[in-house]
Design a protein around this ligand. Structure first.
Ligand code: G16
Length: 549
């Protein structure tokens, strides 16, 4: 073990910041905000003070490799040493995908983790940065904890940091920083082993041997090394199946967001004349996924429902599912599968942290969100590559094209047409006012006819956690129409500029003769209704959404 000099703990005066309230997924701000003097330190000290880990505890550290990752990690390592942490486990070069961090926390019995990522948000000096805090179960800190961190950040007067040189993160092995052990680990090994225990790698290898072709887009983000190791080396996908596999601090100048807009090269390949059989992409920190067939897009809500319906085909889920859960705005396709399987389907607010208690209590096995997130009890984060492997396992067993599998699913369960319209960069005052006025009208809308549909029910979604009884309110305004149609309005909790209004639209279609329709076409009536109901154009000056998924 190398002895690293430096044992002097310094107390540095800081001033409180009043904008460090974590959102849907950690504290997410512009890099320029994080680089203000004492800004990162203030938040990290608030985390250590709030967690109050017993001296000598183990902490997992890593990030998605985005701009400012390395500098921030050095600061956090020295602060960890000054705050009595006994051991930090850190991915080589400071890299750990979000699901891999969750895996390492659980497998090494760490008390907590700090993950540096702003997920799918853009990187680079003018891009976004973020700090997420995870607990001993490997999952995102619950709201009570993030609120306590926020309270602390507004009162802090000093932070603790070790006076020491930077720690080398390029080589695996242990070193010492003051009293603390720094262990640089292989970021892929634990995670890859966990994947091998869940899926039938032999069957997937046979699938690739049968000339099945995959295109996986790592979007120049953290999953490149994971995908090359697992898909190309362990499963035998031909070299080159992973595209954009070299992580870059600015993700190649594009948001690492796996959707039809930003994963444009993958989309072009999958729509091309010689398209591979299966396409997939993951986001900046590896927790989101997008699934594509040949000239066919699988909506995240449908992907979740298909995985639930076929779960028994994967060895890790062969015993069946205990229950399932989805975030409230996610389509109700999963509910139909749950009903058929005779298991419960829980509906939680947006944010992976809300699945934690259900997973810890063994009430659910599978869960997911419309925002390209799918996961299971194997970890406490959503897991992009896991979803890709689950699909590969399914394809290896069923030997049918992706499109046929999804169409058969609709045939059996009916199709939930679904779309999300995002209005980004709105004036926050205008956005909040729009939501407030709609909230005030919810009661009066009940029974009213809007366009061709009648409003059956309306509310502001409130969640009571069935495990600890905690109540989370104000989670989205819902209008339920007859025949299972639904519209949800909510403000995003992950943006860093202005406000983002998300409008989620869904309608159920049992008739297979109509399953071929384009969702925008099938939902056109509902789309025009929502524009009128909140006077979107008049209030925001916008004529079309910024992003449609
Ligand atoms: C985060 C959360 C997800 C959430 C998503 C969108 O994902 O972990 O649970 O669905 O943000 O949240 P919002 O609608 O508030 O922007 P990620 O991948 O960004 O960490």
């Amino acid at each position: 073990m190398n002895e690293i000099a430096g044992t002097r703990v310094r107390m540095i005066a800081t001033m409180p910041f009043d904008d460090q309230r974590p959102g849907t997924s950690g504290l997410r701000k512009k890099v320029t905000v994080f680089r203000q003097p004492r800004y990162l330190e203030n938040f990290v000290q608030s985390v250590f003070d709030t967690l109050a880990l017993p001296p000598g505890s183990a902490l997992v550290l890593g990030g998605d490799g985005r701009y400012y990752n390395r500098e921030a990690l050095q600061i956090i390592i020295k602060m960890a040493a000054a705050n009595g942490i006994g051991r930090v486990l850190i991915g080589r070069d400071g890299i750990l995908s979000t699901p891999a961090a969750s895996c390492v926390i659980r497998q090494h019995g760490a008390s907590a983790g700090i993950i540096l990522s702003a997920s799918h948000n853009p990187g680079g000096p003018q891009g976004d940065f973020g700090v997420k805090v995870n607990g001993a179960n490997g999952g995102p800190a619950p709201s009570v904890l993030t609120e306590a961190i926020y309270t602390r950040s507004r009162a802090l007067s000093a932070y603790r940091i070790l006076d020491a040189p930077d720690v080398a993160l390029e080589r695996l092995g242990q070193s010492r920083l003051g009293e603390m052990i720094v262990e640089v680990i292989d970021p892929v090994a634990d995670y890859a082993q966990l994947m091998e225990s869940l899926f039938d790698f032999t069957a997937i290898r046979a699938l690739f041997a049968s000339r099945f072709r995959l295109c996986y887009d790592a979007m120049h983000a953290v999953t490149g090394p994971y995908a090359k190791e697992i898909l190309e080396r362990r499963l035998g996908a031909p070299a080159g199946s992973v595209i954009h596999g070299e992580p870059r601090a600015d993700f190649g100048g594009e948001p690492p967001d796996p959707n039809l807009v930003h994963a444009h090269e993958l989309v072009r390949i999958m729509n091309g004349p010689d398209a591979p059989d299966f396409g997939a992409a993951c986001d900046g920190d590896g927790d989101r996924n997008m699934i594509l067939g040949r000239r066919f897009f699988v909506t995240p809500s449908d992907s979740l429902a298909v995985l639930a319906a076929n779960a028994r085909l994967a060895p890790g889920y062969a015993a069946g599912l205990k229950g399932v859960a989805r975030s409230m705005p996610t389509s109700q396709a999963l509910d139909r599968v749950a009903q058929q399987l005779g298991i419960l389907c829980y509906e939680t607010p947006t944010g992976w942290k809300f699945f934690g208690n259900l997973l810890d209590a063994g009430m659910i096995t599978l869960c997911g969100e419309e925002s390209f997130g799918t996961g299971s009890s194997h970890l406490r984060e959503k897991d992009g590559l896991w979803a890709v492997l689950f699909w590969l396992n399914l394809l290896a067993v069923r030997r049918q094209p992706v499109e046929i599998i999804v169409r058969e699913h609709w045939w059996t369960h009916g199709r939930h047409f679904y779309t999300r319209h995002d209005y980004e960069g709105l004036d926050p005052v205008v956005a909040r006012c729009l939501m407030k006025q709609l909230r005030g009208r919810l009661g009066r809308l009940r029974g009213e006819r809007l366009g061709t549909r009648r409003v059956r029910e309306s509310d502001d979604f409130e969640y009571t956690d069935p495990v600890d009884g905690s109540v989370t309110s104000g989670q989205g305004l819902r209008l339920f129409f007859e025949e299972g149609a639904r519209v949800v309005f909510r403000l995003s909790g992950t943006g860093t500029e202005g406000a983002t209004l998300r409008i989620y639209l869904e309608a159920f279609e049992p008739d297979p003769a109509r399953h071929h329709l384009d969702p925008q076409q099938a939902l056109a009536g509902l789309i025009s209704v929502v524009h009128d109901v909140v006077q979107l154009r008049q209030r925001t000056g916008r004529h079309a959404p910024t992003v449609i998924t």
